[in-house]
Design a binder for this molecule. Sequence first.
Ligand code: CUA
Length: 316
Amino acid sequence: MYIEGASNIAPMHDLVMLWVNIITITAFILTNAVMVYFVIKYRRKSADQQTSKLAHNRTIEVVWTVIPSIIFAILFIAGINSFNAMRSIPDDALEINVTGRQWSWEFRYPGSEATGGIPVTTFDDLILKEGQPVKLIMRSTDVIHSFFVPAFRVKEDVVGHMYTYVSFTPYIADSQQEQGYGEYDIFCTEYCGKDHSYMIGKAIVLPEEQYYARLAEIGDQAGAVSAEAGEELYRSQCQSCHTIDGADLVGPSFQGLFGSTRSMTDGREIVADENYIRRSILEPSADITAGFQNLMPVFNFSDQQIDSIIEFIKEQ
Ligand code: CUA
């Protein structure tokens, strides 16, 4: 299925794909047609017919070596062009930090006028300004992930211990001009465990005015503490490992968690209070509940976000 392009990379990438398709389809048809023709023309016509002795033919060998070499060289140049476009960073590129973890995406935007100079964070939704070049600086807190937006024709592995990056300029695709904004799927395209297939998101491309309005809105919400805000974070960040119905998954359920006495793997007994929850988020390996493994990644939530999650957990 063809996905409409929505970045500066897309036309270059599509051109290479078009050429590859034309060349491979043409070559497939030609070679098969010639094969069928030869099978008929040179079939053995009588039982005593001898195969003619033909060692080689220099002209044909040169032709079938040189012509494909030229074609592949052209494809290589076109391909490296679109690759270099992802690698070259315009001077005015906006830097957005991307963190991949099991199993969500976190996007951190530099402070801007819209947010009162304070950096803001979104989960799973990447907010972009139409026509604004961006550089995504990416890392993983655990296993290898891969950031893939088919509409942008952009894909790059996200690994621990080093930063990887991609650069591109997002646009609103022609078919979405009417609705006034672009919305494109983000996939994790490296198998990364149980919820790999749920490690998805949306890249939302907005016109300038809406873009700053959205950032301002995110900035306001970041400071608000409520159980509802906590629930939203829970839905995007926690629920693949922690249920609220009492069932234990990778981690313990949140049902009845707050205020209960927890047994740790090292034999300690801890009351699950605010400090316990805060520590479990910022330093997950500090207290491991008996019966579970030390698998939780660190979440760099703001103080307000942690307060919201505590409010949410209290209600379970
Ligand atoms: Cu992350 Cu697959």
